[in-house]
Design a protein around this ligand. Sequence first.
Ligand SMILES: Cc1cc2nc3c(=O)[nH]c(=O)nc-3n(C[C@H](O)[C@H](O)[C@H](O)COP(=O)(O)OP(=O)(O)OC[C@H]3O[C@@H](n4cnc5c(N)ncnc54)[C@H](O)[C@@H]3O)c2cc1C
Length: 304
Amino acid sequence: MPDPAKIFQELIKTARGRLMQKASLGTESWFRCGGRCGLLFYPADLKDLKDFLEQYPKDWPLITLGGMANTIVRDGGVRGAVIRLGKGFADIEVEGTKITAGAGALNGNVAQAAAKAGIGGLEFLSGIPGTVGGAICMNAGAYGSEVKDVLLETTAINRVGQKRYLRPDHLQMSYRHTELPEDTILIEAVFAGEEEDSEIVRERLKDIKAKRQETQPITEKTGGSTFANPDGHKAWELIDKVGGRSLKVGGAQMSEKHCNFMINTGTATAADLEALGEEVRSLVREKTGIELQWEIKRIGNKLT
Ligand SMILES: Cc1cc2nc3c(=O)[nH]c(=O)nc-3n(C[C@H](O)[C@H](O)[C@H](O)COP(=O)(O)OP(=O)(O)OC[C@H]3O[C@@H](n4cnc5c(N)ncnc54)[C@H](O)[C@@H]3O)c2cc1C
């Protein structure tokens, strides 16, 4: 096995983006807690990413993350490298009713660009924190729309830097799920909307913002919906019914405002968050027979 310190020394020579060793990763997530990762890389652009992949050992673990609005990093940290797509992949271009966005572009910026260009149908993205890559991977959605409805195509590369163009029918996108081939790094996406009056689209964005402020703990350290809605049920209703609203484990709490949102009240560890989620799952299982499934992704290792 190659020496990690040596590999880092080689990578740092060529990397143009930010590359860090033993970087604090969990604190970068929306939950603001959790462990470190072996290497954290913010590639400057596609060439920088490809150069990194060429040098990074092919059998070492590698994860790609975006805004970390849907991710818990376990306290023991993540082995190997984490690639985060941000500014270097955040361009947004409009052509007619199509929008091409880098996978690191924020969903909110895509929705704003659509509104400015008089494109309707992408408003739902405005209330979903995180990046285009994360939104595709999660088939994120709100208010009756989801990414698969507006995605025309996404461009991805694999571990050896080969490009692939994937359409929603290649990705078997369903409720909060996308079947991404292993080691796929999404780098760009094309969305399609409909021609609409800019002012009308902007009004819808305002409505969504107001609704979010009213119903979700958006100023807290949270990760959005903890569990996916089971068929025919709403996760929050089940949680409420079994007394899960405001339930606490250590510094983690189910939100009073939206009881399917988990929050870090300030002192939570990733273990607190996960234990709270499991307690809610067992309460719901015992009292209703329904098995809640985590919507939030949990990565890395528990502390032993
Ligand atoms: C306040 C709040 C409200 C929310 N409301 C909603 C909502 O209404 N609807 C909804 O669907 N979600 C909601 N979420 C959850 C979250 O915003 C979405 O899941 C979002 O799509 C996550 O994007 P991200 O970039 O932060 O992904 P991350 O958390 O960084 O990653 C999520 C997954 O995507 C993968 N991934 C990310 N980028 C790439 C890439 N470039 N290539 C390959 N894989 C990638 C990661 O490996 C991981 O598996 C909410 C979250 C918060 C905090």
